[in-house]
Each structure stands twice: as structure tokens, then as C-alpha cells.
Ligand binder design. Structure first.
Ligand SMILES: Nc1nc(=O)c2c([nH]1)NC[C@@H]1CN(c3ccc(C(=O)N[C@@H](CCC(=O)O)C(=O)O)cc3)CN21
Ligand SMILES: CC(C)C(=O)C(=O)O
Ligand SMILES: [Mg+2]
Length: 274
């Protein structure tokens, strides 16, 4: 289906217009499916480290990993906005490192970048935006900070963290983000941030009062090993794939595969070579 190209400006304008649909994708086939499903945004998330590379957290993911996966997604997806996560270590040390990393992701095919953190990284956000690259913010549960904030627990359930969330969100807007991901924060805090901000909130595990939703592709289809409590599994693709692979193995062992339809025959007699 031919759809109109989604830009960062278009996402910004969707606030209050219609809900934004976002999903992660890490490779060519999953981006192709996301495109055909008509999603607005594909995030090449650093969750790929855990979901498709088997790492224990997102901290092991490198900029090279993100460049490679962003390029694969960009080759498949035409209409959705392609956002690339800035991995751990690619923006913390300096504003310059942040701009250089964002440029590498755009060269790979990203059309916007996302980075985790609030007012402490507002200078990075502003510099990347000044370089001409749209930036998506990411607040609440920030997995790259899991070591410091104590694991993958929900955030902003109390007044203190809710106020901090709002201040961080406002500082990101000031720095120029076109949208903000709110991960695993209370529905009440997410609603307040959503009402107070001029840019859309895209939520994961943060309730119903946001301008959009995002989930990890493999959680939706039942292909991830560690699934957060807030994800919804729409199909058990692991079961379907396991069944298919088991049948394949049985067929090979029983001599049922390949059969005549999967075979190519010689075009002249070869018996004399025998
Ligand atoms: N497959 C997948 N989906 C995701 O949404 C996702 C990832 N991986 N990896 C990166 C982060 C990590 N996320 C997660 C992962 C686990 C919980 C979770 O199980 N929370 C439990 C217990 C947490 C704990 O004790 O550490 C909870 O009830 O809060 C939450 C968010 C969300 N992100
Ligand atoms: C969960 C989303 C927002 C993310 O950052 C990722 O997939 O890496
Ligand atoms: Mg991420």
C-alpha cells in the first residue's frame, strides 16, 4: 500500500489529532511488516541488544550495532518515520560526541534520533537539533540508567518523581525535541505531562492518556524471552515457528523433504559419469 511519508514535523502535528502508532523493528523483514501494517513510527531501539543479540541489558549495544540495524530497517521501510536510538556511551561524554553519533545514525538511514535522559542532556539535544536532526526524548524508566535507578521498576508514582519528570520534559521541549517517549511511568503522571507539553508523548507501559503508544515488535508477536508486564502479546509466533521448524526436522529425518517439487533435474543423461 502506498502511504504518505511520515516526517518528524508530521508526528509533532499529530498531537491532539489522532493517536500515534509506533513499534520497534531491528531488521529488514520486521521493518517490512511494520511498514505494511501502516505504523507511523519505526524505532530502531537499543532493546535490540536484549531482544535479538541476547545481551543481558542495553548497555552492551554499540554505535556500530545501531548503525547496522538502522541501515537494514531503512532499506525496508519507506513511509514510517525511522527513529534510531542513541546507544549507551554515544552521547554522555560530550556534546561533540553526541552530534557525531547522531550524524552516524542519520548516514545509516535514521530520520531522527532518540536519547535517554532529561535536563542533564538538554545541551546534547539542542546541539543535535541545531545540526538539523530531529530528536525524540525518552524519560521515566531509562534502561541505560538501570544500574543507577535500580532496575526496570515503574517511575513517577510519587509526587517527587512526577515533578522531576515534568521538569525534565519541559527542559527537553525547550531544547527542541519533537516528541517524548514516556517509559513505565504512572498513568496519572503521564497524563499530566501529556496535557502540559506542546509535543506528543509516546508511551510504553505508561497508560492510556498519551498521544501515542510504542511496543517492542517481538513482545507483540511473542518472540522475546524477557517480556515486560505492560506488553501485549497478539500472537504466539514462537509457537508457530517452533512447530514449523520441528516439522522440517522430522521431514528431513524421515526423508520427506525435499520432495519432487523442490528438486532440479539434469537436462541430459549423466549416468556415464557414475
Ligand atoms: N523485550 C523487551 N521489551 C521491552 O519493552 C524492553 C526490553 N525488552 N528491553 C529494554 C527495556 C526493558 N524493559 C523492561 C523490562 C522488564 C520489566 C519488568 O519486568 N519489570 C518488573 C520487574 C522489574 C525488576 O524487578 O527489576 C516490574 O514489575 O516492574 C520492565 C521493563 C522495557 N524495555
Ligand atoms: C522501548 C523503546 C522506547 C526503546 O527505547 C527501545 O526499544 O529501545
Ligand atoms: Mg531504547
Amino acid at each position: 500500500m502506498a502511504r504518505e511519508k511520515v516526517t518528524a514535523r508530521r508526528i509533532l502535528k499529530m498531537k491532539g489529532e489522532r493517536p500515534i502508532v509506533a513499534v520497534t523493528a531491528y531488521d529488514y523483514p520486521t521493518a517490512w511488516i511494520a511498514e505494511d501494517a501502516g505504523v507511523d513510527v519505526i524505532l530502531v531501539g537499543d532493546s535490540l541488544g536484549m531482544v535479538v543479540l541476547g545481551y543481558p541489558s542495553t548497555l552492551q549495544v554499540t554505535l556500530d550495532d545501531m548503525v547496522r540495524h538502522t541501515a537494514a530497517v531503512a532499506r525496508a521501510a519507506r513511509s514510517p518515520l525511522i527513529v534510531a536510538d542513541m546507544p549507551f556511551g554515544s552521547y554522555e561524554s560530550s556534546v561533540t560526541s553526541a552530534v557525531e553519533s547522531a550524524i552516524a545514525l542519520v548516514r545509516a538511514g535514521g530520520e531522527a534520533v532518540k536519547l535517554e535522559g532529561g535536563s542533564e542532556y538538554a545541551d546534547r539535544v539542542k546541539a543535535i537539533v541545531d545540526a538539523g536532526i530531529p530528536v525524540m526524548g525518552h524519560l521515566g524508566l531509562t534502561p541505560q540508567r538501570a544500574l543507577r535507578i535500580g532496575g526496570y521498576r515503574p517511575r513517577a508514582r510519587g509526587r517527587g518523581e512526577a515533578r522531576e519528570l515534568l521538569l525534565d520534559a519541559e527542559s527537553l521541549v525547550e531544547a527542541g525535541v519533537f516528541s517524548i517517549v514516556l517509559e513505565f511511568v504512572s498513568e496519572e503522571a503521564a497524563e499530566i505531562v501529556t496535557r502540559r507539553l506542546p509535543v506528543p508523548t509516546i508511551c510504553i507501559g505508561s497508560g492510556r492518556r498519551c498521544d501515542g503508544q510504542i511496543l517492542v515488535f517481538h513482545d507483540i508477536v511473542g518472540l522475546s524471552r524477557l517480556t515486560p508486564p505492560f506488553a501485549k502479546k497478539y500472537v504466539d509466533a514462537r509457537r508457530i515457528m517452533l512447530e514449523a521448524l520441528s516439522r522440517y526436522a522430522e521431514d528431513v529425518r524421515a526423508g520427506r523433504f525435499p520432495s519432487e517439487e523442490h528438486v532440479v533435474h539434469a537436462k541430459e543423461p549423466l549416468d556415464d559419469l557414475d
